[in-house]
Write a protein that binds this ligand. Structure first.
Ligand SMILES: [Zn+2]
Length: 269
């Protein structure tokens, strides 16, 4: 047995910033006028995450597709699939892919991982195939082209819908929490720095957590506040947001081909 097999899992978390957008505080926060504070410029970044432990890889979210980026006027700083390749990872190698929720900016390139098991909460799948999915307030955030990719994954036996939580690898637990979307998931990862929680859009910005202010679009408001409470109560080394423009600066720059666009938590052993 090699040491890597017997040792406790110790993942490196690579945070990749693939997009960015300038907006306003009143657009970013739901009912911003209630807070009695001035409006102002606000930037949000778009991330996905790559977990590595030796040769083991888990992909968490896939960013938005070039087509959706164009349609919505979003810049693409680096194509997420090119970023994956730049990390020395073949997207066709069959590494597990976690989709934290089915919004366009998280699921957009799922088709590129054509040999991977795709892990997504059952509640999320049910919602996007259910009768509420075409309501504009929800559909605005969808990417219809990904429906086909999920159907193909299902046909090929690669779609792994989980109920409450699933360990996609030792030391990588995905838990459905809901709130932002009905099956929004968070990912807890064991690293050399301790436990790390990738909150994804259960916490878009750290200000959402610190100020108890919700993002513009949340499917279930009371549950969203409960999820923030739960995140606050977790004793973790790092809580990583889904869209905070300050997120990369909180961590160690990765350098290399993704210089300026990626940071790391823990080291790859
Ligand atoms: Zn998002």
């Amino acid at each position: 047995m090699s040491e890597a097999r017997t040792a406790a899992p110790e993942w490196q978390v690579v945070i990749v910033k693939h997009g960015t957008r300038s907006t306003t505080r009143s657009e970013a926060f739901m009912n911003h006028a209630f807070y009695d504070e001035p409006d102002g410029p606000f930037r949000l970044d778009y991330f996905f995450w790559v977990l590595r432990d030796g040769d083991d890889v888990v992909i968490v979210d896939t960013g938005y597709s070039g087509a959706e980026g164009d349609r919505r006027g979003r810049d693409v700083l680096v194509d997420p699939i090119e970023a994956v390749r730049a990390l020395g990872i073949d997207p066709l190698a069959g590494h597990p892919v976690v989709i934290t929720h089915a919004h366009y900016d998280h699921i957009g390139n799922v088709a590129a991982f054509a040999n991977s098991p795709i892990h997504i909460a059952r509640a999320e799948l049910d919602f996007w195939t259910g009768r509420m999915a075409d309501k504009t307030l929800f559909a605005h955030f969808g990417d219809p082209t990904t429906v086909e990719a999920l159907a193909r994954a299902r046909e090929e036996g690669r779609l792994e819908a989980f109920a409450d939580h699933v360990d996609v690898a030792p030391g990588v637990r995905v838990t459905a929490v809901g709130g932002h979307t009905p099956g929004q998931a968070i990912v807890e990862v064991q690293t050399s720095e301790g436990a790390v929680v990738l909150a994804s859009d259960a916490m878009h910005f750290h200000e959402e957590l610190e100020g108890d202010k919700l993002f513009q679009s949340m499917a279930d408001l009371p549950l969203s506040f409960e999820v923030l409470e739960e995140l606050r109560s977790r004793p973790v080394a790092h809580l990583v947001s889904g869209h905070d423009a300050g997120e990369l600066a909180r961590h160690t720059p990765l350098g290399g081909a993704l210089d300026g666009l990626a940071a790391t938590i823990g080291i790859r052993r």
